[in-house]
Write a protein that binds this ligand. Structure first.
Ligand SMILES: *Cc1c(COP(=O)(O)O)cnc(C)c1O
Length: 389
């Protein structure tokens, strides 16, 4: 049986009623026979059967020991940082998700946790910053929005030789394309808001641990801090996971077609997609991503201005202008004015986010319709430019 079939087969049919979908246990507490004698559940912050079903599925999906569901991706990241103590250090990928950067600098810095931001696309770059205070190496691969790739296996070897743990935010790849724990990482986090739930209808986060020791620590933090995912959202995430494999394969296939289309258009300057042989770390992506490169593509226009980008992103019909990614419906965004608006222009440009950089999250629509949608938008900027001339 294939791995994914086996995981989906393991989702229990409700033993009481035969319900094929996992029931939503909308309850705060569980009646006990005698003090401390219960059916494995006592209070819904500590545990809930719907959440437990989800946590078991994601542990298997990521080939981990245990999974933990949180209210949002950031709550999941927050739980992992709470493994540290004052004086500890983190080495993080330099174009880390903006919300993680804000959490590290504006919340955890004042508690004495120091973070070094490093270009991890060259594994050796971490050697300059790693020391006996380094407790975590924090990776995203691919990153947002320029899809940089880091070698998880190589970095894990270096990290472990210094006694540091490796955390991979696997949101962009999904466990269909990439299994960081198999590559040597110790903890995986997800914004399940994106590919895992996949329908742009909720926010959720996950932590998956590799060892019983880490599982015990995260379980303690999850219960002690309390940012758990409610049963209704756990149900929706499970429903999303049932089609995750199908969605990610179609999104990757659609994205490949679109990336090739963009490469051949004269209006386009650069195309960022790990599936293109022109991508700087294409070979590493090929090796660690199971031949699937995901549904996110970024590109810049030859006419590199905010105006040109604005013109483009307001012309597409199927690609809806919105933040977020990973859903079945295609989205388009303009990082300079949206997700990365708070980053100073110089810093933005030095990390590759040009004024005209546009990010696509490719959905599961017919790829030819998506290509046509982009083509129309490209022709419309052309038109505008001609009018100005
Ligand atoms: C969206 C996102 C997050 C944050 O997740 P939320 O569910 O929005 O809290 C973290 N990491 C990455 C890579 C993301 O794209």
């Amino acid at each position: 049986m294939s791995r994914i079939t086996e995981i989906l087969e393991s989702i229990p049919v409700d033993p009481l009623t035969g319900s094929i979908s996992v029931p939503i246990y909308q309850t705060s507490t569980f009646v006990q026979e005698a003090p401390g004698i219960n059916k494995g559940f006592d209070y819904a912050r500590s545990n809930n059967p719907t959440r437990l079903a989800l946590e078991n599925i994601v542990a298997q999906m990521e080939m981990g020991h245990k999974g933990f569901a949180f209210a949002t991706g950031l709550a999941a990241i927050d739980a992992v940082v709470k493994l540290l103590e004052s004086g500890d250090e983190i080495i993080a990928v330099d174009d880390i998700y903006g919300g993680a950067y804000r959490l590290f600098t504006q919340i955890y810095q004042k508690f004495g946790i120091k973070v070094h931001y490093v270009d991890t696309t060259q594994a050796e770059n971490i050697l300059e910053f790693i020391n006996d205070k380094t407790k975590l190496i924090w990776l995203e691969s691919p990153t947002n929005p320029t899809l940089k790739i880091s070698d998880i296996q190589k970095i894990s070897e270096i990290a472990h030789s210094f006694g540091a743990l490796v955390v991979v935010d696997n949101t962009f790849a999904s466990p269909i394309a990439q299994l960081p724990l198999e590559l040597g990482a110790d903890i995986v986090v997800h914004s399940a808001t994106k590919y895992i739930a996949g329908h742009s209808d909720l926010v959720a986060g996950l932590v998956i641990t590799k060892t019983p020791e880490l599982s015990e620590k995260i379980k303690f933090i999850q219960n002690a801090s309390g940012a758990i995912l409610g049963p209704w959202d756990c149900f929706l995430v499970i429903r999303g996971i049932e089609s995750l494999d199908l969605r990610v394969r179609q999104q990757s296939e659609n994205a490949k077609i679109i990336a090739n289309f963009l490469m051949n258009r004269e209006e386009i300057d650069k195309v960022y997609y790990p599936g293109l042989t022109t991508h700087t770390n294409h070979e590493i992506a090929q090796k660690q991503q199971n031949g699937l490169f995901g549904g996110v593509i970024s590109f810049s226009l030859k006419k590199d201005s905010i105006d040109a980008a604005n013109q483009f992103v307001t012309q597409t019909k199927l690609f809806k202008l919105a933040e977020s990614l990973g859903g079945v419906k295609s989205l388009i965004s303009h990082p300079a004015q949206m997700t990365h608006a708070s980053v100073p222009r110089e810093k933005r440009i030095s990390s590759g986010i040009q004024d005209s950089l546009i990010r696509l999250s490719v959905g599961i629509e017919d790829p030819l319709d998506l290509v046509q949608d982009l083509e129309k938008a490209l022709l419309s900027i052309d038109q505008k430019i001609k009018e100005i001339i």
